[in-house]
Design a protein around this ligand. Structure first.
Ligand SMILES: *[C@@H]1O[C@H](CO)[C@@H](O)[C@H](O)[C@H]1NC(C)=O
Ligand SMILES: *[C@@H]1O[C@H](CO)[C@@H](O)[C@H](O)[C@H]1NC(C)=O
Ligand SMILES: *[C@@H]1O[C@H](CO)[C@@H](O)[C@H](O)[C@H]1NC(C)=O
Length: 343
């Protein structure tokens, strides 16, 4: 993982943070990668879950990737090997167009020139999937595409193709000691909000095979309690980075806010010390849950940082494949794409 950020720091857990000096264009194009690492981390799981439910009716599906995003070639994944999704043929060969079950069309390449869309009339029953992981501010020409597509695949949770809705607060704890400040905090916080506890002192982490499964678990939550077992200067462990990797907003207990700000932008985490009482902290978390725009403020910093995550597109393609199987025999039309996406 590489994050381009403010200080130049090599962290214990091999996270590298460097300042970016990109233009806004660059920021926009790379920012979505990180922002969607959030979604990405949902995906293997949701892929296999949806797969489980559709295994029986699974038929062969051909998905045509109309253009490689940002005109950069990426080798197409083997969904079976990566996510145990069977019966998917992914291709970028336009000769497959007449018999493709679905065509994935990336917004950027068609944004300014509608002629870059596949030819009409389209094959009967074929689905056109609108793929876009940029924000509306960086998505031009939306108005051209009303009623054109059949399914949407974006970072929005109400897209046709996406993972499950996030859960609220997760804590992973191995050494439970009533004398730790973090356990006291947990007791208080869980009076106001649901806190799911995993680890040796809680439920087992699903698919426990190291940090990958931990990050995948955390990515299902909006908030991750990154509570150090004791509070000392610069004693900030991999807990914080697990949250960052997973795209959950870390709620931290450890050294001072200033100390954390040496490693992350101020809005990238919620510090327990920011609140007079644990009740106020809980209220703030519930407020953010109700208000995605407020929550977004804690995630926006990611736009100016970059995560190098090579399997990003692969997972989306395989997720789309599952969705196309599920949508077989159905008619879908995405009307009102501009208003919906900008809402
Ligand atoms: C739009 O795309 C078509 C097909 O690729 C191409 O022939 C045409 O020159 C493009 N128009 C502009 C204005 O770029
Ligand atoms: C668990 O916490 C107790 C109490 O602070 C401490 O004495 C013990 O060393 C800790 N164990 C581990 C494995 O960190
Ligand atoms: C896809 O959208 C087009 C354009 O609105 C529509 O004519 C077609 O029936 C839709 N097809 C499917 C399979 O949903």
């Amino acid at each position: 993982l590489f994050i381009i950020g403010s200080a130049s720091v090599t962290w214990k857990c091999h996270v590298i943070v460097l300042k970016t000096t990109c233009s806004w264009m660059c920021v926009a194009t790379v920012g979505f990668l990180l922002f969607l690492a959030v979604c990405l981390l949902y995906l293997p799981d949701s892929v296999s879950q949806s797969f489980a439910s559709t295994a029986e009716k699974s038929s062969e599906v051909t998905l045509l990737i109309w253009t490689h995003p940002f005109s950069r070639y990426r080798r197409l994944p083997d969904c079976q090997a990566l996510y145990q999704v069977s019966g998917c043929t992914l291709t970028d060969d336009w000769r497959a167009y007449p018999h493709a079950d679905a065509v994935i069309i990336h917004h950027r390449e068609i944004a300014t020139n509608v002629s870059e869309l596949p030819p009409e009339p389209r094959p009967r029953l074929q689905k056109w999937i609108w793929m876009n992981f940029e924000s509306p501010t960086h998505s031009r020409g939306l108005w051209r595409f009303e009623g054109v597509f059949n399914l949407t695949m974006t970072y929005r949770t109400d897209s046709d193709i996406f993972g499950p809705k996030p859960r609220l607060v997760v804590w992973v704890i191995s050494n439970w000691s009533e004398s730790h400040a973090r356990v006291l905090l947990y007791h208080q916080l869980s009076r106001y909000v649901q806190v799911d506890v995993f680890g040796r002192a809680g439920r087992p982490i699903p698919g426990d095979s190291g940090s990958d499964s931990l990050v995948r678990l955390v990515s299902k939550y909006q908030f991750y309690l990154a509570l150090e077992n004791s509070q000392h200067t610069d004693y900030i462990t991999e807990k914080l980075w697990n949250a960052v990797l997973a795209g959950a907003v870390p709620v931290v207990l450890g050294p001072s806010r200033d100390n954390y700000e040496r490693f992350l932008p101020p809005e990238a985490f919620i510090h327990v010390d920011d609140f007079a009482t644990v009740r106020e902290l809980a209220q703030y978390l519930l407020l953010l849950r109700r208000s995605p725009a407020r929550l977004q403020r804690h995630l926006d910093w990611r736009r100016s940082y970059r995560v190098h995550q090579p399997s990003f597109w692969a997972e989306h393609y395989c997720t789309a494949c599952v969705a196309v199987k599920n949508a077989k025999g159905r008619t879908d039309v995405v009307t009102d794409i501009a208003n919906w996406f900008q809402s």
